[in-house]
Each structure stands twice: as structure tokens, then as C-alpha cells.
Design a protein around this ligand. Sequence first.
Ligand SMILES: C[S@@+](CC[C@H](N)C(=O)[O-])C[C@H]1O[C@@H](n2cnc3c(N)ncnc32)[C@H](O)[C@@H]1O
Length: 274
Amino acid sequence: MIIPTFLKWAGGKKRLIKDIERSLPKKIDRYFEPFLGAGAIFFYIKQKYNPKFCVISDINKDLIDTFKAVIDNPKELIKFLKYFKKNNSKEFYYRVRDKFNKGKFKQIQKSAAFIYLNKTCYNGLYRVNSKGGFNVPYGKYKNPEIFNEKTIMFASRLLKNVRIKCQNYEKIKDYIRKNDFVYLDPCYDPLKKTSFANYTPKRFCDVDNEKLSLFVAELKRRNSKVLLSNNITKNVKRLYPKNQFNIIKVWCSRSINCIGEKRGKIPELLIKNY
Ligand SMILES: C[S@@+](CC[C@H](N)C(=O)[O-])C[C@H]1O[C@@H](n2cnc3c(N)ncnc32)[C@H](O)[C@@H]1O
């Protein structure tokens, strides 16, 4: 199956699809993914289960605007991406980054710039400074792919009729009812204090993981099916005890390095209530 992710995203689940696949319910009629990132699991579930109703969301506005551009105007987006690709160089990158941060691009062009920066920046990181400006340096890739026309057109087709929102994860609660399937892939509980978690200006930290567990409890109460990915930490084990959840250990290779965590296979957890 082709998974048409058009962004590199920290914590991206493309490489874990085989393991996640084994933990999915038999049937998915209504699907919710409120920590979307590059959307690998959404693209898989849409093709495998074709749910009647999907709500996907993320708190990162530039990310969601880019998904919307892929849905609404993929051809125009590709036109701008061709321009960015043709001009790619270190100097050009910093000019684009500056213009991006100063809000000088119009919408579709801004989304093309977002994809261009994502694919040419150091390690595909998304990191912002205290003012919310994207501040990742140029990545020095020899021949970065930047985009693939077919991938974007395919992603656009799969995203048709899907509700996509920029919002805090808790907002999906309004929709959730019995048998709905929710996949939660939050920024992980850090293995060390320095672990990478700067997806948006507001840091997503331990305290939020406490809140997230209350949210999971509410979803459980509504008899929905919840699958959650997270690191193996004391905190996570405490929040999701074995007598209340099915816990599966999987090995994940992380391509976007976390400070203090080496590239290579790292065990993590799939936690589910069904
Ligand atoms: C681990 S990444 C998800 C990766 C995704 N599963 C993939 O395959 O690319 C976590 C995502 O959660 C988003 N996020 C962080 N805090 C959030 C919040 N409070 N509400 C919604 N999304 C949030 C980040 O912007 C980031 O895209």
C-alpha cells in the first residue's frame, strides 16, 4: 500500500504501520486522529477501512493549512513547489524561511514554502523560537526529493470528504460516541528532560500527559475504541495501568533524532482499551 505522506514529521508513524496494523479494530466506521502530524496512520486507515466519517486535526496551524492546500488546490501547490525545487540552495532556503516567518507568502505559496522548508531543513525538524518563528537551519541534503507530484495528488484524493481542523486534541470529544475509533499519537512523555518536543511554541510536557490520560478515560467512558502510542516511561505505565489497558511493546526506528536518544530501534508502547 502506498502511504502518501508529503511531510517529514518527528514521531511520524510510517515505519510503525505494520505493528499498528496488528492492533487495529476489525471495523472502523468513524475515525478520529487529533495528533495528525504527517498523517501516516490516517492514510493507511483511509485506504484499508474507508471509514464513513473521519475527523483529523492538529494544533500546528501551518501543518493543517498545508493539508488544506493539498485538498483544495493540489495543482497550484505543485506549481509553487516546482519553483522552490528549481531554486533550492542554502541562500534561497534562508530567504524563503525569512519570508515565511514574516508572513509574506499568500496561502498556497505559504504551504508550498512549508513543504519546501520541511524537506530541506536540518533533519526535517519543526522547531520554532519564542516568537513562533521557524528557526531550523538548512539541512545540506545532496539531492532532496522535496515533493512528488503523484504523492500529492493521491493524498489529495484520500483527503476528500474528510474533516480537517486546527485545534487542541480535546476538541474532538464533542463528536465521540460508541464504537468510534480514536488513534492518539501525542508528543511522547520524554525519556529524558531534553527529548525533542517543540512542535509548536507551547511545549507539550508531562503535565499534559496527565490531562491526556483523563481525556482517554472520558473516551473509554463513551465506549469508543482508543489506541495510544507513547514512550515506555514510569509516568506512562502509571497513567495506563496493565489491568485497565492492553499494552503492546513495539520497536520503532526513529529517523528524526531526539537529543539524547540515538538513531536506531527504540522500544515504545501501543496502549489500547479493546
Ligand atoms: C508525534 S506527532 C504525530 C505524528 C503522526 N502520527 C505522524 O505519523 O506523522 C504529534 C503531533 O501532535 C501535535 N500536537 C502537539 N500538542 C497538541 C495538542 N495539544 N493538540 C493537538 N495536537 C497537538 C503536534 O503538532 C504534532 O504534529
